[in-house]
Design a protein around this ligand. Structure first.
Ligand SMILES: Cc1cc2nc3c(=O)[nH]c(=O)nc-3n(C[C@H](O)[C@H](O)[C@H](O)COP(=O)(O)OP(=O)(O)OC[C@H]3O[C@@H](n4cnc5c(N)ncnc54)[C@H](O)[C@@H]3O)c2cc1C
Length: 585
């Protein structure tokens, strides 16, 4: 069991990996191979120290000293340079040195996706803004590696994956224009062919990491049709090789509510030289620009970013819990620590229960191969689970930050305490990379177009099967199995409903699928923990989750005798072992 939280003053300065046994549990579970697990231990533990002891303190300073745009130099030339506080630059430099981008290239071995996810989750506990900047750098590197023409591919990839902060490049992505973010098909930025290259003209309205070096940009090649099918994806450096601006001008930085460190700007592209992300080695074949698949290349980056944003939600949630657990152990009212009061205990336990539920589906996206029948099923599980995870964890992070803030009482509302920033930052994540509505519609698309719900249903059945031998899970298992049957029936009913009604219900359906997947995977984790460690802590977590989210209990469960929060508070929040015989099924 972890030490009493009263031993700590605040989360900053602590090792966030060793304080999070659920993260090690997931690494054990998703990495059965000893070599992979050893590799994970080395590279994930490093981030527990880095984020908790070094980056976190700097991130607080960056938040109070956001970037500014220096329009002109002292000679009056329009330079449009973004000036950062040194804490922002120092954080990114440390991340670059540890190979946050391109770990695979540096480690000389394949890197399991759960390792990258675990590092990103730890980073998100202190600065989702820095993760935004370097996450998009990783996304840009992927696009360059897969789709850049040979003349720039190796050069750009080396720069984007460099371990030297002095020379490393960063990336960004420009989709959104003034007239629409959800409806990118309304994009008007033009691409004009120029030999093997292209020139881009237009305005982009939300450009995060705007002072990065290379951007993945959506634009419409001249002569291409309207709508999303007419869009193509381009690779655009902000400067030419000689350092001169590449037809690229930052108009202004946006005044944001949160994620202050990463500059988000409005940009004019005026003849910016670009390469087509064409999936071919040469750009001279311009038909590739109009093949209708340009949007798919951008969506590759958007999908990996959506997964990253799900991790941002988890990071904020975890930090909120940790800060609240420490504060509640320190703070006394009426002569008693407030974490002795049943209502505070319930808040802390539910913060953890929902966090572990979110981690269950998000890490499953990264490690889908482990529980899937084959590669195709894993792909489809990821296809539907990524939008569900992004939708779920970012929404719940807002709830978590808000509840954690209230544990701090009036102090929580103040900037001298750490939660107000988490709450501001959390509000960004439900919006960027697709709002909740757009994700619900995407889930529906994955069901209608790819039948991805069948793969998820199979995966859920397997999880429930794993839980079935355990009497202590029986009650929760019944509820989840029934929901699984009925929810998948509802999918069929809604498929035949009028379009407006089906759309109206798509968000509620997505919520139900997320709840069901979370519950099933928690039950599977609980079974594993019972079998491996004879520990029913995870069973308590899973059962509590099912009670709150899926069990339709009379009078909201008020009359059910359930003392889990009261009797098992310490092992739940301090990750101790719970004897299965002491848990009521
Ligand atoms: C801090 C920040 C940084 C950002 N950085 C970037 C960036 O780097 N690059 C980039 O390209 N973009 C970026 N964005 C833009 C972001 O992706 C968009 O804001 C987002 O996709 C929503 O688009 P919108 O703002 O145009 O809202 P709209 O599309 O106008 O949506 C407004 C509301 O209408 C709803 N809505 C729209 N269509 C439908 C529908 N069919 N059914 C139901 N509801 C619907 C939405 O859910 C939303 O609630 C950033 C945004 C923020 C806040």
């Amino acid at each position: 069991m972890l030490a009493d939280y009263a031993e700590y003053e605040q989360a900053i300065g602590l090792d966030w990996y060793s304080l999070d046994p659920n993260l090690s549990f997931l690494l054990d579970r998703y990495l059965p191979d000893d070599e992979d697990r050893k590799f994970a231990e080395e590279h994930v533990a490093e981030y527990g120290e880095l984020a908790g002891r070094i980056l976190g303190a700097r991130a607080e300073i960056t938040d109070a000293h956001g970037p500014v745009l220096n329009r002109y130099d002292r000679w009056g030339y329009d330079v449009g340079e973004v000036q950062h506080h040194p804490t922002w630059t120092a954080n990114k430099a440390d991340l670059v040195r540890t190979g946050f981008v391109g770990l695979e290239a540096h480690a000389g071995r394949s890197v399991p996706a759960v390792v990258t996810a675990a590092r990103s989750y730890l980073l998100s506990q202190c600065e989702t803004a820095a993760y935004c900047a370097l996450g998009m750098t990783g996304g840009a590197a992927d696009i360059v590696e897969r789709h850049a023409p040979s003349e720039i591919r190796d050069l750009y990839l080396d720069r984007l994956q460099s371990l030297d902060p002095e020379t490393a490049w960063e990336g960004g992505m420009f989709l959104t224009e003034r007239q629409g973010g959800s409806d990118v098909g309304a994009n008007t930025t033009r691409a004009v062919p120029d030999g093997n290259e292209w020139l881009l003209f237009g305005d982009k309205h939300f450009c995060s990491n705007v002072d990065a070096d290379v951007f993945i940009v959506l634009a419409r090649p001249e002569g291409a049709p309207e709508g999303t099918r007419g869009l193509a994806t381009f690779i655009v450096p902000s400067r030419q090789e000689d350092g001169a601006p590449n037809g690229f001008r930052i108009k202004r930085l946006k005044p944001k509510l949160g994620t202050v460190g990463v500059p988000t700007g409005e940009v004019t592209l005026d003849g910016a030289r670009a390469w087509l992300a064409g999936g071919r080695s040469q750009t001279s074949d311009q038909s590739a620009a109009r093949d209708g698949r340009g949007i798919n290349r951008m969506m590759e980056m958007v999908n990996s970013s959506r997964f990253g944003v799900a991790l941002m939600g988890l990071g904020i949630h975890r930090r909120s819990f940790l800060e609240a657990a420490i504060y509640a152990a320190q703070r006394t009212q009426w002569g008693q620590r407030i974490d002795r009061y049943p209502l505070v205990r319930e808040t802390l336990v539910d913060l953890l229960v929902d966090l572990e539920a979110g981690m269950a589906i998000t890490f499953e996206c990264a490690g889908a191969m482990r529980g899937a029948a084959d590669q195709d099923e894993a792909r489809l599980v990821r296809r539907i689970l990524i939008p569900l995870a992004k939708m779920r964890t970012t929404r719940v992070a807002l709830w978590a930050a808000s509840n954690a803030l209230e544990i701090f009482g009036g102090n929580g509302y103040m900037h001298d305490w750490p939660i107000a920033r988490q709450l501001r930052d959390a509000q960004c994540h439900t919006i960027w990379e697709g709002t909740e509505n757009i994700l619900a519609i995407d889930v529906r698309r994955s069901i209608r177009g790819e039948r991805a719900h069948l793969a998820l249903g199979n995966r859920i059945d397997r999880a429930l099967e794993a839980a079935s031998p355990h009497a202590v899970l029986a009650g929760a298992l019944d509820v989840v199995a029934r929901t699984r049957r009925e929810a998948w029936k509802a999918i069929d009913v809604l498929a035949a409903a009028p379009e407006d009604e089906a759309l109206l219900k798509s968000r509620r359906l997505a919520e139900l699928l997320a709840d069901t997947a979370e519950a099933a995977l928690l039950l599977e984790e609980a079974a594993w923990s019972l079998e491996r460690d004879t520990d029913a802590r995870k069973a308590a977590v899973a059962t509590r989750f099912v009670r709150r989210k899926l069990a339709d209990e009379l009078l909201r469960g008020l009359l059910v005798e359930d003392r889990t929060v009261l009797d098992h508070f310490e092992p739940l929040v301090r990750y101790g072992v719970i004897d299965p015989d002491t848990l009521v099924a």
